[in-house]
Write a protein that binds this ligand. Structure first.
Ligand code: SF4
Length: 387
């Protein structure tokens, strides 16, 4: 909803200046056309990209093919990364550095937030230096990024292993038989957990085929459920009678975890199930154009509504992992998904696992806080931090 409001606000500003849009559907405009129109408001391409960056509150890193060459520009606060790769004959740019490996390209440079470069026949030219402020999306390392990709010089798989290690350190007294991860993104978290705890890593659930799609992307709930049901197959010989750690990247709605993952483990005779999400409870949907969740469907919000009797505005007690209310919320979620325990990663452990300074990461999903430095905060009424 926040994204739609921002699109309409930007489109109205352009319409008021006499711009027109060729593609309008469902009361909104084509986002690529909107970005292009914003860029044309500048005196030249670089000025136009900067004007567009100033207008957009969120992720809008881009590649722009122009008669001068290829412009690559990372958004103002660097929510989405862009990286330059090189070999003797070529220069390439990508958001996922795994694309370089099999194409014999080496990472040459991570673009800084707000940095603009031009890749032309005579090589790479910097058109604008990057800024110091950064709000790179922490979810890249936790869930959305590809394991073989590096962002800001930090590899995703390695971060996930560190997340698992942090989770295991908080479980010193827990007696379990095996450690597992929900494929695919939970696997590296589980491997880290197993390495730290010394408990065996096993695969009670395997994917039907390695390439089976993500189950949250199909447009209807029916198709999402079908994908979730079919993609994982349980192995009773590994599960029966076992006390199992299940590492997961995150709990969004909790419905697929409950209805498919946990159910399959219980149906195959699991003795105990302990869920360990690699990030804290998701409290706020992304408002920077990187995900499509709505606030009411988040598992933590459902728990809060049940505990409080209605939706509440101020959830600060629930984001504090030392508070009683936080504990109640987590217990509610464990009961709801029918497992023996849930223990979330803390914000500080997640940040330590990533290895960047906290101030450089977007943590809005978990904290509801915008960048705090002067000028970077959106100060919009939709933002929890501005309340
Ligand atoms: S709100 Fe969440 S998903 Fe969106 S950029 Fe921030 S950390 Fe990433």
């Amino acid at each position: 909803m926040a994204l739609l409001i921002m699109l309409l606000f930007l489109a109205k500003g352009l319409l008021d200046k006499g711009c027109s849009f060729t593609e309008v559907s469902k009361d909104t405009v084509n986002t690529t056309e909107l970005i292009a129109k914003l860029i044309t408001q500048g005196n030249d391409i670089v000025d136009g990209i900067e004007k567009m960056f100033a207008a957009i509150d969120g992720s809008c890193s881009l590649l722009l093919l122009h008669k001068d060459g290829l412009y690559a520009a990372r958004d103002r606060l660097g929510y989405t990364t862009l990286t330059i790769g090189k070999n003797e004959n070529s220069i390439a740019v990508t958001s996922e550095t795994c694309a370089f490996v099999n194409n014999d390209l080496k990472i040459d440079k991570y673009l800084q937030p707000g940095e603009i470069v031009l890749i032309a026949e005579d090589g790479l030219q910097q058109k604008r230096a990057g800024g110091k402020e950064s709000q790179v999306c922490a979810f890249l390392w936790i869930y959305t990024g590809f394991p073989a990709s590096n962002y800001e010089g930090i590899n995703t798989e390695v971060v996930r292993e560190r997340c698992g290690r942090f989770l295991a350190r908080r479980d010193k007294d827990l007696d379990v038989d095996i450690v597992s991860g929900v494929p695919d993104s939970g696997i590296a978290h589980a491997i880290g957990y197993a390495m730290e705890s010394g408990k065996p890593y096993r695969r009670p659930l395997v994917k039907y085929t390695p390439g089976y799609g993500r189950s949250y992307t199909p447009p209807t709930q029916e198709t999402r459920d079908l994908v979730a049901k079919m993609k994982l197959i349980s192995i009773e010989e590994i599960i029966n009678g076992q006390k199992i750690i299940v590492c997961e990247d995150s709990i969004v709605r909790g419905t697929q975890l409950k209805n498919f993952t946990v159910k399959k483990l219980l149906d195959s005779g699991a003795k105990e199930i302990h869920v360990r999400p690699a990030c804290p409870p998701l409290m706020f949907p992304c408002k920077y154009n990187l995900s499509t969740r709505s606030i009411n469907e988040l598992s933590a919000r459902k728990a809060i509504k049940s505990i409080e009797g209605s939706d509440i505005e101020d959830v600060s007690e629930y984001t504090d992992h030392t508070s009683e209310k936080y504990k109640k919320m987590v217990d509610w979620i464990a009961k709801d998904i029918e497992v023996n325990s849930v223990k979330y990663q803390t914000v500080d452990d997640m940040v330590s696992a990533i290895g960047l300074e906290k101030e450089k990461l977007c943590l809005y999903c978990w904290t509801g806080k915008c960048p705090t430095s002067e000028g970077a905060c959106c100060k919009k009424s939709s933002c929890a931090a501005s309340k």
